[in-house]
Ligand binder design. Sequence first.
Ligand SMILES: Nc1nc2c(ncn2[C@@H]2O[C@H](COP(=O)(O)OP(=O)(O)OP(=O)(O)O)[C@@H](O)[C@H]2O)c(=O)[nH]1
Length: 417
Amino acid sequence: MAFFKKLKERMFKSSSKLEEGLDAIVEDGGAVEATADVDLGAEAEWLATESARLEEEAARLEREAEDAEAARVLAQEADAEERRAAEAARIEADRVEAVRIARVEAEERRAEEARAAAEASPKPGLLGRILGRGEAKTVVRRALDDEMLEQLEELLITADMGVDTALRVTANMAEGRMGKRLSTQEIKGLMASEVAAIMEPVAKPMPLYPKKPQVVLVVGVNGSGKTTTIGKLASQFRAAGKSVVIAAGDTFRAAAVEQLQVWGDRAGVPVLTAPEGSDPASLAFDAMSKAEADGADLLMIDTAGRLQNRADLMEELAKIVRVIRKKDPSAPHNTLLVLDATTGQNAISQVETFQKLADVSGLVMTKLDGTARGGVLVALADKFGLPIHAIGVGEQIDDLQAFDPEDFARALTGLDA
Ligand SMILES: Nc1nc2c(ncn2[C@@H]2O[C@H](COP(=O)(O)OP(=O)(O)OP(=O)(O)O)[C@@H](O)[C@H]2O)c(=O)[nH]1
């Protein structure tokens, strides 16, 4: 699936970190085994070839016997009964002997091939040696024990899954499997299904309501990717036939406003701005009036992300909410928290903080491309259960994807499609 391949490529750092770790864990205390399916296939192939060859040999001997029979008939005609009978007996004996020799030769050739293959290959698999089919494919397997489980836990913790989630994932993986010999591929498969099970309940697109305008408040620390995400979302909604208005609510930073205007242009969506330093709530109110007057489907409000002064930020966000509720008591309909995956476990404390500042209704995780810390999304899902609406996997306008738990789990663990 092309979409999955792209996600896996984008999440390369997370998956390669887990893959390397898993390989090392399985090799540490694991043993090389022949992959049974490959060797049985080789054996079946060899038997089929050999049986075809023996059939040919038998057919040839049959033809010879027929020729001998013809000779016997001729001899009969020559009225040399005894000689002919002796000749026929000899030919029959020759035929039996020829079949025996052909079988012995086949056995010898087989043994010779086995010896040659054993010499050519320093470490052939067991069946490979017996059958002389060259080097058999091998796989490293390790019996699942407490030590291996601990190593798996540590690996998941280093991939930012957090201690509690890592413990839960490994405990579920181990259930009913202690002592079983597992390959890296099998462990990846188990891990991917545990991760997908945790992510499944939170994978929800941003809900749309029959409200005009539907107000989407976008919160998050500076640099988390709010502006970029608003631009990407606006572009997607536009493509889906929705009319969108954006409000540049971080009025204290001219650069942030300019950046939002650039994204508005890219998405083909109007961006409402206010003079530097003016009241964000007043801008939000004006934007609400414009969106209503234009009959817009969605109003997306960018906000400041200054966590340095939490009390001010809390008051600023609360005032925006108070003001837009004068126009629509049910607004904001969504409060999206944008998180940067590269901050790893710090994303956990950002959720805790913003849940106190605003009524967070869903998450967008950005910058999953190019980070080895993608596991934090599993920890977030496990700890908060907040819906994950989308993931950012690049800086381009179409680099925002709906969150698919199975694709994510496979990409995270490096499981091949
Ligand atoms: N690789 C990558 N970069 C991203 C992604 N999302 C955003 N960025 C980059 O992250 C940086 C910050 O993004 P912004 O959208 O400006 O973040 P912000 O939260 O609005 O930040 P402020 O404007 O400082 O409040 C920019 O350089 C973006 O290009 C993503 O999914 N992947």
